[in-house]
Design a protein around this ligand. Structure first.
Ligand code: KG4
Ligand code: ZN
Length: 343
Protein backbone atom coordinates (compact mmCIF):
# COMPACT_ATOMS: atom_id res chain seq x y z
CA UNK A 1 0.00 0.00 0.00
CA UNK A 2 1.09 3.56 -0.63
CA UNK A 3 0.36 5.97 2.21
CA UNK A 4 0.39 9.74 1.86
CA UNK A 5 1.25 11.55 5.10
CA UNK A 6 0.37 15.17 5.92
CA UNK A 7 1.85 17.04 8.90
CA UNK A 8 0.69 20.55 9.82
CA UNK A 9 0.53 20.69 13.62
CA UNK A 10 2.78 23.71 14.14
CA UNK A 11 5.12 25.67 11.87
CA UNK A 12 6.18 23.02 9.37
CA UNK A 13 4.13 21.71 6.46
CA UNK A 14 5.37 18.20 5.68
CA UNK A 15 4.16 15.73 3.08
CA UNK A 16 5.51 12.27 2.32
CA UNK A 17 4.77 9.01 0.58
CA UNK A 18 5.57 5.69 2.24
CA UNK A 19 5.21 2.23 0.73
CA UNK A 20 4.17 -0.24 3.46
CA UNK A 21 6.57 -2.80 1.95
CA UNK A 22 9.58 -0.79 0.84
CA UNK A 23 9.50 2.29 3.11
CA UNK A 24 9.91 5.98 2.38
CA UNK A 25 9.38 6.93 -1.29
CA UNK A 26 9.44 10.73 -1.10
CA UNK A 27 9.14 13.58 1.36
CA UNK A 28 8.99 17.36 1.18
CA UNK A 29 8.94 20.00 3.87
CA UNK A 30 8.31 23.71 4.09
CA UNK A 31 9.46 25.35 7.31
CA UNK A 32 7.84 28.62 8.34
CA UNK A 33 10.68 29.48 10.72
CA UNK A 34 11.80 32.56 8.75
CA UNK A 35 8.25 33.97 8.83
CA UNK A 36 7.82 33.52 12.61
CA UNK A 37 11.36 34.64 13.50
CA UNK A 38 10.39 38.27 13.29
CA UNK A 39 7.87 37.71 16.14
CA UNK A 40 10.20 35.64 18.32
CA UNK A 41 7.92 32.58 18.20
CA UNK A 42 5.11 30.89 16.28
CA UNK A 43 2.09 33.09 15.46
CA UNK A 44 -0.77 30.54 15.16
CA UNK A 45 -2.92 32.43 12.65
CA UNK A 46 0.02 33.06 10.33
CA UNK A 47 0.94 29.39 10.62
CA UNK A 48 -2.54 28.23 9.53
CA UNK A 49 -2.60 30.56 6.54
CA UNK A 50 0.81 29.44 5.40
CA UNK A 51 -0.10 25.74 5.63
CA UNK A 52 -2.91 26.48 3.16
CA UNK A 53 -0.40 27.97 0.71
CA UNK A 54 2.08 25.09 0.98
CA UNK A 55 0.08 21.87 1.19
CA UNK A 56 -0.88 21.26 -2.44
CA UNK A 57 2.43 22.35 -4.03
CA UNK A 58 4.20 19.98 -1.61
CA UNK A 59 1.82 17.20 -2.66
CA UNK A 60 2.79 17.77 -6.29
CA UNK A 61 6.43 17.72 -5.23
CA UNK A 62 6.27 14.33 -3.48
CA UNK A 63 4.24 12.77 -6.29
CA UNK A 64 6.82 13.97 -8.78
CA UNK A 65 9.73 12.73 -6.62
CA UNK A 66 8.14 9.29 -6.39
CA UNK A 67 7.00 9.43 -10.02
CA UNK A 68 3.48 8.54 -9.00
CA UNK A 69 0.03 9.83 -9.78
CA UNK A 70 -2.53 10.78 -7.08
CA UNK A 71 -4.54 7.70 -8.05
CA UNK A 72 -1.77 5.39 -6.74
CA UNK A 73 -2.24 6.65 -3.17
CA UNK A 74 -4.03 3.91 -1.17
CA UNK A 75 -4.67 5.76 2.11
CA UNK A 76 -4.06 9.19 3.62
CA UNK A 77 -2.56 9.70 7.08
CA UNK A 78 -2.76 13.15 8.67
CA UNK A 79 -1.85 14.68 12.01
CA UNK A 80 -5.07 14.93 14.03
CA UNK A 81 -3.36 16.38 17.12
CA UNK A 82 -1.93 17.57 19.40
CA UNK A 83 -0.90 20.97 18.07
CA UNK A 84 -2.28 24.36 17.05
CA UNK A 85 -6.00 24.05 16.29
CA UNK A 86 -6.02 26.16 13.14
CA UNK A 87 -2.85 24.59 11.76
CA UNK A 88 -4.19 21.08 12.40
CA UNK A 89 -7.49 21.99 10.71
CA UNK A 90 -5.69 22.94 7.51
CA UNK A 91 -3.86 19.61 7.26
CA UNK A 92 -6.96 17.62 8.23
CA UNK A 93 -9.20 19.39 5.72
CA UNK A 94 -6.70 19.07 2.88
CA UNK A 95 -6.23 15.38 3.74
CA UNK A 96 -9.94 14.60 4.03
CA UNK A 97 -10.83 16.64 0.94
CA UNK A 98 -8.25 14.70 -1.01
CA UNK A 99 -9.45 11.41 0.45
CA UNK A 100 -13.04 12.16 -0.45
CA UNK A 101 -12.12 13.21 -3.99
CA UNK A 102 -9.94 10.15 -4.57
CA UNK A 103 -12.22 7.74 -2.67
CA UNK A 104 -9.37 6.67 -0.34
CA UNK A 105 -9.52 5.86 3.39
CA UNK A 106 -8.13 8.09 6.13
CA UNK A 107 -5.75 7.37 9.03
CA UNK A 108 -5.74 10.09 11.73
CA UNK A 109 -2.34 10.13 13.44
CA UNK A 110 -1.18 11.32 16.86
CA UNK A 111 1.74 13.70 16.29
CA UNK A 112 3.75 12.24 19.18
CA UNK A 113 3.32 8.72 17.87
CA UNK A 114 4.78 10.04 14.61
CA UNK A 115 7.83 11.34 16.49
CA UNK A 116 8.09 8.24 18.63
CA UNK A 117 8.20 5.89 15.63
CA UNK A 118 10.43 8.15 13.48
CA UNK A 119 13.71 6.43 14.52
CA UNK A 120 12.34 3.30 12.83
CA UNK A 121 12.72 5.16 9.53
CA UNK A 122 16.50 5.13 9.87
CA UNK A 123 18.84 2.65 8.19
CA UNK A 124 19.54 0.89 11.52
CA UNK A 125 16.09 0.79 13.16
CA UNK A 126 15.64 -0.41 16.75
CA UNK A 127 13.61 -3.53 17.52
CA UNK A 128 10.72 -3.45 20.02
CA UNK A 129 10.56 -3.23 23.01
CA UNK A 130 12.47 -0.09 23.97
CA UNK A 131 12.49 3.00 26.15
CA UNK A 132 11.53 6.10 24.22
CA UNK A 133 12.70 9.57 25.15
CA UNK A 134 10.51 12.08 23.39
CA UNK A 135 12.04 15.55 23.63
CA UNK A 136 10.31 18.19 21.52
CA UNK A 137 9.17 21.79 21.74
CA UNK A 138 5.92 20.82 23.45
CA UNK A 139 6.71 17.52 25.21
CA UNK A 140 9.30 15.72 27.29
CA UNK A 141 8.29 12.15 28.05
CA UNK A 142 9.86 8.82 28.88
CA UNK A 143 7.84 5.84 27.66
CA UNK A 144 8.06 2.09 27.58
CA UNK A 145 7.24 1.10 24.00
CA UNK A 146 6.30 -2.53 23.45
CA UNK A 147 4.98 -2.22 19.91
CA UNK A 148 2.99 0.06 17.62
CA UNK A 149 0.24 1.57 19.79
CA UNK A 150 1.61 0.04 23.00
CA UNK A 151 2.97 2.94 24.98
CA UNK A 152 3.29 3.18 28.75
CA UNK A 153 4.14 6.60 30.10
CA UNK A 154 6.90 6.39 32.74
CA UNK A 155 7.37 10.09 33.35
CA UNK A 156 7.10 13.53 31.80
CA UNK A 157 7.84 17.16 32.41
CA UNK A 158 5.82 18.84 35.12
CA UNK A 159 6.16 22.25 33.45
CA UNK A 160 8.21 23.38 30.44
CA UNK A 161 9.28 20.92 27.77
CA UNK A 162 13.01 20.60 27.02
CA UNK A 163 12.62 22.38 23.66
CA UNK A 164 10.58 25.11 25.32
CA UNK A 165 13.37 25.62 27.87
CA UNK A 166 15.87 25.91 24.99
CA UNK A 167 13.64 28.41 23.18
CA UNK A 168 12.88 30.55 26.26
CA UNK A 169 16.51 30.59 27.46
CA UNK A 170 17.66 31.51 23.96
CA UNK A 171 15.27 34.45 23.98
CA UNK A 172 16.71 35.61 27.32
CA UNK A 173 20.16 35.55 25.71
CA UNK A 174 18.89 37.56 22.74
CA UNK A 175 19.14 34.65 20.31
CA UNK A 176 16.67 34.12 17.51
CA UNK A 177 13.81 31.58 17.29
CA UNK A 178 14.01 28.56 17.40
CA UNK A 179 16.45 28.68 20.26
CA UNK A 180 17.60 25.06 20.36
CA UNK A 181 20.08 25.07 17.50
CA UNK A 182 21.24 28.62 18.41
CA UNK A 183 22.02 27.76 22.06
CA UNK A 184 23.67 24.53 21.02
CA UNK A 185 26.04 26.31 18.61
CA UNK A 186 26.85 29.03 21.13
CA UNK A 187 27.48 26.51 23.92
CA UNK A 188 30.31 24.98 21.91
CA UNK A 189 32.51 27.98 22.65
CA UNK A 190 31.35 28.32 26.28
CA UNK A 191 33.57 27.76 29.31
CA UNK A 192 32.03 24.89 31.32
CA UNK A 193 33.40 26.23 34.61
CA UNK A 194 32.07 29.80 34.28
CA UNK A 195 28.58 29.09 35.68
CA UNK A 196 26.83 26.16 37.28
CA UNK A 197 23.06 25.98 36.88
CA UNK A 198 20.71 23.75 38.91
CA UNK A 199 19.85 20.24 37.73
CA UNK A 200 16.09 20.15 38.48
CA UNK A 201 14.71 16.85 39.78
CA UNK A 202 17.99 15.04 39.21
CA UNK A 203 17.50 13.09 42.42
CA UNK A 204 13.69 12.82 42.47
CA UNK A 205 13.21 9.08 42.44
CA UNK A 206 10.84 9.14 39.48
CA UNK A 207 11.02 9.71 35.74
CA UNK A 208 9.58 13.21 35.71
CA UNK A 209 11.32 16.38 34.60
CA UNK A 210 11.02 20.08 35.37
CA UNK A 211 12.74 22.69 33.22
CA UNK A 212 11.06 25.97 34.10
CA UNK A 213 13.45 26.50 37.04
CA UNK A 214 16.41 26.06 34.72
CA UNK A 215 15.07 28.80 32.47
CA UNK A 216 14.55 31.01 35.56
CA UNK A 217 18.15 30.32 36.58
CA UNK A 218 19.25 31.61 33.16
CA UNK A 219 17.10 34.70 33.72
CA UNK A 220 18.71 35.27 37.13
CA UNK A 221 22.24 35.06 35.68
CA UNK A 222 21.30 37.48 32.89
CA UNK A 223 19.64 39.93 35.31
CA UNK A 224 22.43 39.86 37.89
CA UNK A 225 25.15 40.33 35.32
CA UNK A 226 26.65 43.80 35.56
CA UNK A 227 26.27 45.54 32.20
CA UNK A 228 25.61 43.89 28.87
CA UNK A 229 26.55 40.25 28.41
CA UNK A 230 29.50 39.81 26.06
CA UNK A 231 29.39 37.09 23.38
CA UNK A 232 31.68 35.00 25.60
CA UNK A 233 29.37 35.50 28.63
CA UNK A 234 26.42 34.36 26.53
CA UNK A 235 28.36 31.32 25.35
CA UNK A 236 29.22 30.49 28.98
CA UNK A 237 25.56 30.71 30.05
CA UNK A 238 24.51 28.62 27.03
CA UNK A 239 27.10 26.02 27.98
CA UNK A 240 25.91 25.91 31.60
CA UNK A 241 22.29 25.57 30.43
CA UNK A 242 23.06 22.73 28.02
CA UNK A 243 25.28 20.90 30.54
CA UNK A 244 22.52 21.04 33.20
CA UNK A 245 19.77 19.90 30.84
CA UNK A 246 21.85 17.07 29.36
CA UNK A 247 22.88 15.83 32.83
CA UNK A 248 19.25 15.54 33.93
CA UNK A 249 17.98 13.96 30.70
CA UNK A 250 20.79 11.39 30.57
CA UNK A 251 20.32 10.45 34.24
CA UNK A 252 16.55 9.98 33.82
CA UNK A 253 17.02 7.84 30.71
CA UNK A 254 19.51 5.62 32.55
CA UNK A 255 17.10 5.32 35.49
CA UNK A 256 14.23 4.32 33.17
CA UNK A 257 16.39 1.68 31.50
CA UNK A 258 17.49 0.33 34.87
CA UNK A 259 13.94 0.28 36.23
CA UNK A 260 12.48 -1.60 33.26
CA UNK A 261 15.49 -3.79 32.48
CA UNK A 262 15.47 -2.49 28.90
CA UNK A 263 18.68 -2.32 26.87
CA UNK A 264 17.51 -0.06 24.06
CA UNK A 265 16.95 3.68 24.30
CA UNK A 266 15.29 5.42 21.37
CA UNK A 267 15.31 9.21 21.04
CA UNK A 268 12.70 11.25 19.18
CA UNK A 269 11.68 14.89 18.72
CA UNK A 270 13.39 18.17 17.85
CA UNK A 271 15.78 18.26 20.84
CA UNK A 272 16.95 14.80 19.75
CA UNK A 273 18.95 16.68 17.09
CA UNK A 274 21.03 18.33 19.82
CA UNK A 275 24.72 17.44 19.50
CA UNK A 276 25.53 17.78 23.23
CA UNK A 277 22.57 15.57 24.20
CA UNK A 278 23.65 12.95 21.66
CA UNK A 279 27.22 13.06 23.01
CA UNK A 280 25.97 12.67 26.60
CA UNK A 281 23.70 9.76 25.71
CA UNK A 282 26.37 8.04 23.62
CA UNK A 283 28.86 8.27 26.50
CA UNK A 284 26.30 6.83 28.94
CA UNK A 285 25.42 4.05 26.48
CA UNK A 286 29.07 3.03 26.17
CA UNK A 287 29.56 3.11 29.95
CA UNK A 288 26.34 1.38 30.96
CA UNK A 289 26.15 -0.95 27.97
CA UNK A 290 22.89 -0.09 26.31
CA UNK A 291 22.14 0.80 22.70
CA UNK A 292 20.91 4.23 21.76
CA UNK A 293 19.06 5.03 18.53
CA UNK A 294 18.23 8.37 16.94
CA UNK A 295 16.05 9.50 14.05
CA UNK A 296 17.89 10.82 11.01
CA UNK A 297 18.59 14.52 11.70
CA UNK A 298 16.01 15.67 9.15
CA UNK A 299 13.32 13.59 10.89
CA UNK A 300 13.97 14.87 14.44
CA UNK A 301 11.90 18.00 13.94
CA UNK A 302 8.37 17.96 12.50
CA UNK A 303 8.02 16.31 9.09
CA UNK A 304 5.54 14.43 6.92
CA UNK A 305 7.60 11.24 6.68
CA UNK A 306 6.95 10.32 10.32
CA UNK A 307 3.20 10.77 9.83
CA UNK A 308 3.07 8.68 6.64
CA UNK A 309 5.27 6.08 8.33
CA UNK A 310 3.12 5.91 11.49
CA UNK A 311 0.10 5.50 9.18
CA UNK A 312 1.87 2.71 7.32
CA UNK A 313 2.80 0.86 10.53
CA UNK A 314 -0.76 1.20 11.90
CA UNK A 315 -2.25 -0.03 8.63
CA UNK A 316 0.15 -2.94 8.44
CA UNK A 317 -0.71 -4.00 11.98
CA UNK A 318 -4.46 -3.55 11.45
CA UNK A 319 -6.00 -2.60 8.07
CA UNK A 320 -9.12 -1.39 9.96
CA UNK A 321 -7.08 1.66 10.99
CA UNK A 322 -7.85 3.20 7.59
CA UNK A 323 -11.49 4.31 7.42
CA UNK A 324 -13.63 6.03 4.78
CA UNK A 325 -14.44 8.74 7.29
CA UNK A 326 -14.14 12.29 5.98
CA UNK A 327 -15.94 14.07 8.87
CA UNK A 328 -12.67 15.12 10.47
CA UNK A 329 -12.12 16.53 13.92
CA UNK A 330 -8.81 17.77 15.24
CA UNK A 331 -7.54 17.27 18.79
CA UNK A 332 -5.28 20.19 19.78
CA UNK A 333 -4.86 18.67 23.25
CA UNK A 334 -4.63 14.91 22.96
CA UNK A 335 -2.71 12.93 25.59
CA UNK A 336 -0.84 10.00 24.09
CA UNK A 337 -2.42 7.83 26.79
CA UNK A 338 -5.80 8.33 25.06
CA UNK A 339 -4.50 7.00 21.77
CA UNK A 340 -6.29 3.80 20.82
CA UNK A 341 -3.92 0.87 20.49
CA UNK A 342 -3.81 -1.74 17.78
CA UNK A 343 -6.04 -4.71 18.51
O1 KG4 B 1 9.74 18.13 17.51
P1 KG4 B 1 9.69 19.55 17.14
O2 KG4 B 1 10.01 19.94 15.72
O3 KG4 B 1 8.32 20.22 17.43
C1 KG4 B 1 7.41 19.85 18.40
O4 KG4 B 1 6.63 18.89 18.15
O5 KG4 B 1 7.46 20.51 19.46
O6 KG4 B 1 10.70 20.28 18.13
C2 KG4 B 1 10.99 21.63 18.06
C3 KG4 B 1 11.90 21.96 19.23
C4 KG4 B 1 12.17 23.46 19.39
O7 KG4 B 1 11.96 23.79 20.73
C5 KG4 B 1 13.63 23.60 19.00
O8 KG4 B 1 14.29 24.65 19.66
C6 KG4 B 1 14.19 22.26 19.40
O9 KG4 B 1 13.18 21.33 19.07
N1 KG4 B 1 15.42 21.91 18.67
C7 KG4 B 1 16.62 21.78 19.26
C8 KG4 B 1 17.55 21.51 18.22
N2 KG4 B 1 16.88 21.48 17.04
C9 KG4 B 1 15.56 21.73 17.34
N3 KG4 B 1 16.98 21.88 20.55
C10 KG4 B 1 18.28 21.71 20.84
N4 KG4 B 1 19.23 21.47 19.91
C11 KG4 B 1 18.93 21.36 18.61
N5 KG4 B 1 19.88 21.10 17.72
ZN1 ZN C 1 6.70 17.73 16.81
Amino acid sequence: MIILGIESSCDETGLALVDTNTGLLAHALYSQIAMHQEYGGVVPELASRDHIRRALPLLEQVLQQAQLDKSSIDAIAYTQGPGLAGALLVGASVACGLGLALGKPMIPIHHLEGHLLSPLLSSKPPAFPFISLLVSGGHTQLMLVQGVGQYTLLGETLDDAAGEAFDKSAKLLGLSYPGGPAISRLAESGDPSAYTLPRPMLHSKDFNFSFSGLKTAVLTVVKNHPGVLSEQDKANVARAFVDALVDVVVAKCCAALRHTGMKRLVIAGGVGANAQLRAGLNAAAAKKRFDVYYPELEFCTDNGAMIAFAGALRCKADPQQAQYDYAFTVRPKWPLSELSGIT
